[in-house]
Design a protein around this ligand. Structure first.
Ligand code: PEP
Ligand code: MN
Length: 338
């Protein structure tokens, strides 16, 4: 449940209320608003008398949360969450465009693409150093060397970097280099990994699982939130359907749906969502119009020779075109880049 308090509540009353809830087995998450302080209390609501809670001075209202996800529910923060890393803001009218290659391949590739993306107006840089590949014989990523190249590109451009964490064993390493940690579609329900990224301070971009329902996706986010990390960004990247004409079926209806159910920002990855370069710009435009808070776009300096996902990667010129189109729709939506 959500307990909304106002300025009439004294510190002693606040502490008593929190202690009282904890004694009844509730897990307390405090959300500090500008004027109001809100408690997200997760536990068995039968163990507390709502009318009693509402009679405590300074308690404005008590809202039960009926959905299985409690901390991810919209009611916890009706105004929506904003996740910020340096100059990059995602959510609350701020739009993030995170772009870069599927995988970090070399210093020359990373520096060239990072500078081109920065010049075109991207406000975040992506690149995989640990790659989840279907075949064990495919390129698996440059690992720590890749992370170092991402850090070098960040230094050169000032762009915050996002990269995927695949295994618990690489947690400290990835946390050390990344500004945002990506949990890939294949790991969306790796609950140990979700808990671990919930216990570290960097923001987490949580991709929707290959065949995950919206509820399963939000429950995965709940694992991260429940460990205390509030900085979660959701990413719609397409789901498996009977359709094989595209790599995945990009579920854009999930954007307004999830935004109505949850306060978490939602970004869209039309690259993996379609698997086809030609579809990336139209679906990116549609994502902005559907109310997304950002985009994750694969861009390569030479898509034809990319080591992975070249067929869905834009080149820098095409990315410039995407930015032009996205800016037009952002203006209509009243949103700003970053
Ligand atoms: C990626 O972003 O490169 C990636 C592997 O994405 P997904 O987990 O959505 O397949
Ligand atoms: Mn990829």
């Amino acid at each position: 449940m959500i307990i909304v308090t106002n300025q009439n509540m004294t510190e002693t009353q606040w502490e008593n209320l929190c202690r009282n809830l904890e004694e009844r087995g509730f897990q307390i998450h405090v959300i500090q608003g500008v004027e109001k302080r809100v408690i997200g209390a997760v536990g068995d609501k039968r163990r507390v008398d709502f009318r009693y809670l509402e009679s405590i001075p300074g308690v404005e209202k008590v809202i039960p949360i009926l959905s299985p996800y409690k901390l991810a529910a919209r009611d916890v923060r009706p105004e929506g969450s904003v996740v910020q890393v340096g100059d990059l803001k995602i959510g609350g009218g701020h739009f993030g465009v995170i772009a870069g290659p599927c995988a970090v391949e070399s210093e020359a590739q990373m520096m060239e693409v990072a500078e081109g993306l920065k010049a075109a107006g991207a406000n975040g840089l992506r690149g995989g150093a640990f790659k989840p590949r279907t075949s064990p014989y495919s390129f698996q990523g440059l690992e720590e060397t890749g992370l170092k190249l991402l850090a070098q590109a960040r230094e050169k451009t000032g762009l915050p970097v996002i990269t995927e964490l695949m295994n618990l064993t690489e947690l400290d390493l990835v946390v050390e280099y990344a500004d945002i940690i990506q949990i890939g579609a294949r790991n969306m329900q790796n609950f140990g990994l979700l808990r671990a990224v919930g216990r570290q301070p960097k923001p987490v971009l949580l991709k929707r699982g290959l065949s995950a329902t919206v509820e399963e996706w939000l429950m995965a986010a709940e694992y991260i939130l429940a460990e205390g990390n509030e900085k979660v960004i959701l990413c719609e990247r397409g789901i498996r359907t009977f359709e094989t004409a595209t790599r995945n079926t990009l579920d854009l209806s999930a954007v307004p749906l999830v935004k109505s159910l949850s306060h978490l920002p939602v970004v869209v990855d039309p690259s993996h969502g379609t698997g086809k370069r030609k579809l990336v710009i139209p679906m990116a435009k549609a994502a902005v119009a559907a109310g997304a808070d950002g985009l994750l776009i694969e861009v390569h300096t030479d898509p034809a020779n990319a080591w992975s996902d070249g067929e869905q990667s834009l080149d820098l010129n095409e990315f410039g075109e995407l930015m032009k189109e996205v800016r037009k729709i952002l203006a209509v939506e009243g949103k700003q880049l970053g």
